[in-house]
Design a protein around this ligand. Structure first.
Ligand code: ZN
Length: 423
């Protein structure tokens, strides 16, 4: 669809293709160590055409609201729709009668990031670019690697060397050029921007490339459609750099602009205690989001010191009347097991942060018992099994006899006696 870009900070507008990444007037003007200024928002004006276009079954059905010349540019790996579960047993535990779980663990590479990578790779094809780079905590790079592989583009991935081994392995299996970086995600991010300038690659880094927000917004479109073309009351979003939150905000915003919803849901950012720059910034007046010197959390996907879309996320939390929730690593680990045993969904730690956040939101009365509350489950637990192992107790092996089995089950089951009184 034809579009233009508008700076989320100064409002300056650009034609499609006039600028690729940040607003040229705002980029680099913020104080050092704060969330960057100049993130661009994609604007469509009046929607012409059906939303969704029923002739497609995956995210191409939203092409009327995607920044692409043709839905056919999108990679062949189908993205969405993912299931929206009525999580009754989890809801009971949390005291929420209308809790629903949006399960993005089933996307092609197991995380919501497939939504953004699919759109960015489509754009690279339309622009005739052959190499795409990104910095990533892991999932975004895995998604880029897969989407690039499916259409034969080259992906150059910069990840902190501490990214979970399953994610690094996924990227390599997809044939990406993977370069582990000494340092944090923030260091990898800075390097990806410089490499883009020096080598002329196309950059997928999150928020820096405005298409990432627009790609992620399809999760909001699907929620709207699956709830019977209605917006929920609240959405809990696991939050690191703020781009998924911005994407959800943009998605419901696009639906409102198209006259399809009359209000936005309240958005809540669930952040890990050691990586909560956006939530902490809500106490700071104005739009500034001070970064952290160093982010630390077991939830690697949301371990971010200086959030790339921090200013947009902060605005979204305020504008929608939502807010921030901080959870500890202990609560995150517990929530992995809680979601698993009540719903049968295995999530990674970042997604569990939103489950733990939902528990807190219910306890603190941020969300009402009878409100429709959506929790975004953004990543598959198989991506970080080591973290999940902390949530369970691995049982010892037994000798293969029913007696030993009975004992292993805590003596609650005993094999019946035979006629001689023997077991
Ligand atoms: Zn600007």
């Amino acid at each position: 669809m034809t579009y233009w870009l508008r700076c989320t900070d100064c409002g300056r507008e650009y034609r499609e293709g006039e600028v690729e990444y940040l607003c040229t007037a705002c980029a680099g003007t913020g104080a050092a160590g704060t969330a960057p200024r100049g993130v661009l928002r994609i604007e469509y004006g009046k929607v012409t055409g059906a939303v969704p276009d029923e002739s497609y079954s995956d995210s191409r059905r939203w092409h009327v609201l995607l920044p692409l010349r043709s839905p056919e540019s999108m990679p062949p790996l189908p993205v969405g729709p993912t299931p929206l579960h009525r999580a009754e047993r989890l809801g009971k535990e949390l005291g929420l009668a209308r809790l629903v779980v949006k399960d993005d663990t089933v996307l092609p590479t197991g995380s919501l990031k497939d939504r953004a990578s699919s759109v960015v790779v489509a754009k690279a094809r339309e622009l005739g670019r052959d190499t795409i780079t990104t910095a990533s905590t892991g999932n975004a790079a895995v998604a880029l690697a897969a989407m690039a592989a499916s259409v034969g583009l080259r992906a150059v991935i910069l990840v902190p060397k501490t990214a979970p081994i399953a994610k690094r392995t996924q990227m390599l299996v997809f044939g990406a050029t993977v370069v582990p970086v000494e340092g944090t995600y923030d260091d990898a991010y800075a390097l990806s921007l410089e490499a883009t300038r020096v080598f002329g690659w196309y950059n997928r880094s999150t928020a820096y490339n405005p298409l990432t927000v627009d790609g992620k917004k399809t999760v909001a479109f699907e929620i709207w459609e699956q709830l019977g073309r209605k917006a929920p009351d609240a959405v809990l979003v696991p939050t690191g750099d703020g781009v998924i939150l911005a994407g959800v905000h943009k998605g419901f915003g696009d639906l409102r602009d198209a006259g399809l919803v009359d209000r936005l849901p309240r958005l809540y950012a669930a952040q890990a205690e050691g990586s909560a720059a956006i939530v902490r910034s809500l106490d700071v007046e104005g739009e500034e989001v001070p970064g952290l010197a160093r982010a630390t959390t077991i939830a690697d996907s949301i371990s971010v010191g200086v959030p790339a879309a921090g200013r947009w996320a902060k605005r979204a939390l305020r504008e929608t009347g939502g807010g921030g929730i901080v959870v500890t690593d202990g609560e995150i680990v517990e929530a992995i097991a809680l979601l698993g045993r009540t719903s049968g969904i295995f999530c990674e730690p970042a997604a569990a942060a939103a489950i733990a956040g939902a528990r807190k939101a219910a306890r603190e009365g941020l969300v009402g018992r009878d409100e429709t509350v959506v929790v975004l489950v953004t990543g598959n637990g198989l991506k970080d099994v080591a973290a999940a192992e902390r949530a369970v107790r691995m049982p010892e092996a037994i000798v293969p006899t029913v007696e030993a089995l009975g004992e292993a089950l805590g003596g609650e089951l005993k094999p019946p006696m035979d006629t001689d009184g023997h077991r």
